[in-house]
Every structure is written in structure tokens, then in C-alpha cells.
Design a protein around this ligand. Structure first.
Ligand SMILES: Cc1cc2nc3c(=O)[nH]c(=O)nc-3n(C[C@H](O)[C@H](O)[C@H](O)COP(=O)(O)O)c2cc1C
Length: 160
């Protein structure tokens, strides 16, 4: 029997909605990845090279801290959701994944975006998923139905 967690990071609520629908659709637990220091609107300005998000995303070793991290990973299947930032996952997702022993955990990324697909997501997440099985994820529209999300999760054939 597999136990699933839907963990998500969302600044403006889009990914949060998809994550909530996914967790409800598949009966998984839900956890919000909250940064220790919240992102302000100025932090998110991608047209400013000096903004916090631009600086963090330009540095592959950046690991923004998480507020109240989960103590351990007691799930076999980890859906991890985030907004696409600069064609990949925000680096706080690396922080999150690196805080666990992910041996044999199936990690399935999902995202929302302004239009980009998953891009370089797995390339950038893979070094943070030591021992895990990192699957190719999917970018969803905020309007994706619970039924569609359930069907998507079943496409990984992970069983109940
Ligand atoms: C710093 C930053 C970088 C972004 N980079 C991209 C991108 O490369 N491609 C894209 O389609 N959208 C990009 N977006 C848009 C977000 O992915 C999109 O608005 C997302 O749905 C927001 O999710 P949230 O409401 O859960 O935070 C970016 C947004 C920010 C703030």
C-alpha cells in the first residue's frame, strides 16, 4: 500500500489550488512548503536581475530556508508542486527534497506556469533526489479538474 503526500510551494495561490485538488482527488496528505522569509512582490520581479528570485535562480547552489520543515519523509510517493520559475522549479524545492532520505521514494513533480512546460525541472531536481525515483512530471492549468488530476496520477501505475 503506497502512502502519498502532495507537497507544494505557491506564492500567488495558483499551484496551491492544483495541489489541493490533487490531494483531494487521490486522498493524499497535503503539506505547504513555506519559505522562512516570505517572497514579496518585489522579490518576484523577474525583470530585475537584482530581485531575490532572480538572484536565487541564477545560483544553482541557492537553498532558501523552509519554515517548520517536515521532520521526516514517511511517504512512498511524493508529489511535489511549484510554480515554474525560469524554466525550472524554484530552488526552495531543492531545499525541501534535500532535507529527507528519499531512498526508494517515488518523486513526481507538477507545476503551474505562465505557459512554459516543465523545461529543465528534472535536470535541476535530480541532484536533490538521491536514492529516489524521479519521474517526469507535468505542468497543469489552474482549471484542471480533479478527475483529470486523478487520471494523471493513475498514469504512473503506482497502485493503491
Ligand atoms: C520569478 C518568476 C519566474 C517565472 N518564470 C516563468 C517561466 O520561466 N515560465 C513561465 O511560463 N512562467 C513563469 N513564471 C510565472 C509562474 O510560473 C506562474 O505565474 C505560476 O502559475 C505562479 O504560481 P503560484 O501562484 O503558485 O505562485 C514566473 C514567475 C516568477 C515570479
Amino acid at each position: 500500500m503506497s502512502k502519498s503526500l502532495v507537497a507544494y510551494f505557491s506564492v500567488t495561490g495558483t499551484t496551491k489550488q492544483v495541489a489541493q485538488n490533487l490531494a483531494e482527488a487521490i486522498g493524499a496528505d497535503l503539506y505547504e512548503i513555506k519559505p522562512e522569509v516570505a517572497y514579496t512582490t518585489a522579490d518576484l520581479n523577474w525583470t530585475n536581475k537584482q530581485s531575490r528570485s532572480s538572484v536565487e535562480m541564477a545560483d544553482m547552489s541557492s537553498r532558501p530556508a523552509i519554515q517548520k520543515p517536515l521532520p521526516d519523509m514517511k511517504y512512498n510517493v511524493l508529489y511535489v508542486g511549484f510554480p515554474i520559475w525560469w524554466y525550472r522549479a524554484p530552488s526552495i524545492i531543492n531545499t525541501f527534497l534535500e532535507s529527507f532520505d528519499l531512498t526508494d521514494v517515488v518523486v513526481i513533480p507538477f507545476a503551474t506556469s505562465g505557459g512554459s512546460a516543465m523545461g529543465k525541472t528534472n535536470e535541476a531536481l535530480s541532484p536533490s533526489c538521491v536514492g529516489a525515483v524521479l519521474k517526469e512530471g507535468h505542468r497543469f492549468s489552474v482549471h484542471t479538474s480533479k478527475d483529470e488530476l486523478k487520471q494523471w496520477s493513475e498514469s504512473y501505475n503506482l497502485g493503491k
